[in-house]
Design a protein around this ligand. Structure first.
Ligand code: G3H
Ligand code: 13P
Ligand code: ZN
Length: 337
């Protein structure tokens, strides 16, 4: 992932990191990457690893690299809660891990700065020795997904720019996730976000102080109204909600954001498409009759984000560096933070 983010920084674009839990989702992501000629980050949460019993996910990932050899593809552990989780991901073949030491191992309780530095540094040491990239997080997002998250509205544990500088210096992370008011899940903002609720000024200040650090925006689904409407039109019960506008993400990309995490928008697209088939064709019972439209709907969202983030057209800019080469680079400290 370090290479993808370095290239994105050179090109001034962002790379979407899309969550995967099953075959249809990885197919959607990879088809969108091929259609738009995009390098891509595929990420799996702890919940996704448990859901897929690890090995199914591993083999889906191998299949993706066999079927789409022309697409630079990263497999990333999303929100690793402990050194052990990150280690197991690396042992399984993930090429990038997030050590989310902003929360304690329970994935809920905000952690101290010292704890965060200690666990993240330990992961950096063991990951870089294998050529694997590390993302850390300073500050906590709001919301709770699958039991993961500090809760709240996202404004309670914003990133302090000064601490961010210290954190990068003390850990040597390759990428830094920051908290600027976003939350995981569909319910991020109760109206269109303003500078009071989505702190783009904090992001810009962090970038000013850490111009060479790849920044990561979590909780970056835009929760588009049209996707909400499809779900509600076909029997869903989503309450009115707002996500992160794409223009704000693009402002972030102009200010050091290189990785943008999107899961909820894809969940909405899949669910809307399935509800539509269930409502319009109640006689159907072949899962392919609703999984195919669901896959198409997710692919459409991913391809659109790839274009909006600017990664489209960059798949063939460079040849992926093997982990063996990254080990040497990390050892010789040519990858300076
Ligand atoms: O971090 C949040 C992602 O949307 C993953 O969610 O833990 O429910 O798989 P999950
Ligand atoms: P969303 O819930 O906004 O899609 O965020 C996903 C995320 O940050 C995964 O780590
Ligand atoms: Zn996240």
């Amino acid at each position: 992932m370090r290479q993808l983010l370095d290239e994105a920084a050179k090109g001034g674009y962002g790379v979407g990191a899309f969550n995967v839990n099953n075959m249809e989702q990885i197919q959607s992501i990879m088809e969108a990457a091929r259609e738009t000629q995009s390098p891509v980050i595929v990420q799996a949460s702890r919940g996704a690893r448990a859901y897929s019993q690890d090995r199914f996910l591993y083999h889906l990932m191998i299949a993706a690299t066999e079927i789409y050899p022309e697409i630079p593809t990263v497999l990333h552990q999303d929100h690793g809660n402990s050194v052990a989780t990150c280690k197991s991901a690396i042992d399984m073949g993930f090429t990038s891990v997030m050590m989310d030491g902003s929360l304690m191992e329970d994935g809920k309780t905000p952690a101290s700065f010292e704890y965060n530095v200690a666990v993240t540094r330990e992961v950096v040491e063991l990951a870089h020795a294998k050529g694997v990239t590390v993302e850390g997080e300073i500050g906590c997002l709001g919301g709770i997904e699958d039991g993961h998250g500090a809760g709240g509205d996202g404004l309670e544990h914003l990133t302090d720019p000064e601490q961010a500088v210290e954190f990068v210096k003390q850990t040597g992370v390759d990428a830094l996730a920051i908290a600027i008011g976003t939350s995981h899940g569909a319910y991020k903002f109760s109206s269109k976000p303003t500078g009071e609720t989505l702190k783009m000024d904090t992001l810009i200040e962090i970038h000013r102080r850490l111009p060479n650090t790849h920044l990561v925006m979590h909780g970056s689904s835009s929760v588009p109204k049209d996707l909400q409407d499809i779900i509600n039109q076909y029997g869903g019960k989503l309450k009115p909600t707002w996500g992160v506008p794409v223009e704000e993400i693009q402002l972030g990309i102009r200010n050091g954001v290189r990785k943008i995490n999107v899961d909820t928008d894809n969940r909405l697209a899949i669910t809307g498409a399935i509800r539509k088939v269930f409502a319009e064709k109640p006689e159907e019972f072949d899962p392919r009759s609703y999984m195919k439209p669901a896959r198409d709907a997710m692919k459409k969202v991913v391809a659109l984000r790839m274009t909006q983030f600017g990664q489209a057209g960059h798949a063939k800019d460079y040849a992926p560096i093997p982990l063996s080469e990254m080990i040497k680079r990390y050892a010789s400290e040519t990858v300076a933070v």
